[in-house]
Design a binder for this molecule. Sequence first.
Ligand SMILES: [Fe+2]
Ligand SMILES: [Fe+2]
Length: 132
Amino acid sequence: MALVDWRDDFKIGIDSVDYEHRQMIELINAIHEKLSHDAPKNEVIDFLGEVFTRISAHFALEEKIMRSWKYDQYDDHKADHERLLDEIRDIMDGYEAGTIAAAEAELSARLNAWFTDHFKTKDSRLHRHLGV
Ligand SMILES: [Fe+2]
Ligand SMILES: [Fe+2]
């Protein structure tokens, strides 16, 4: 079962950003799937690394858009991105230290909540503010 389903109210109206948000929801579901089916540890660690890279690339895209529009809440928005990347690093470290149950709980609670909240607040404000 998917941890989080894509919903239309996640859309912010910038096609490239919405496309990547959708892919991120799929990645979160894929991690959840691997953890709940006890996938081999190496496979999960490699996959978490890939997810981290893809999420970083997405944040870089948004930050580039914000910089080119001289967005007024750039610093605050970027800080929120950095907080999430720190949390993912913590989850990866925790998983490597051997606590699968903890990694799963962290993922379910944090990533899902963080993304849905961030999409609906910071990312949607970005869209409304830029009018694109
Ligand atoms: Fe985003
Ligand atoms: Fe964002």
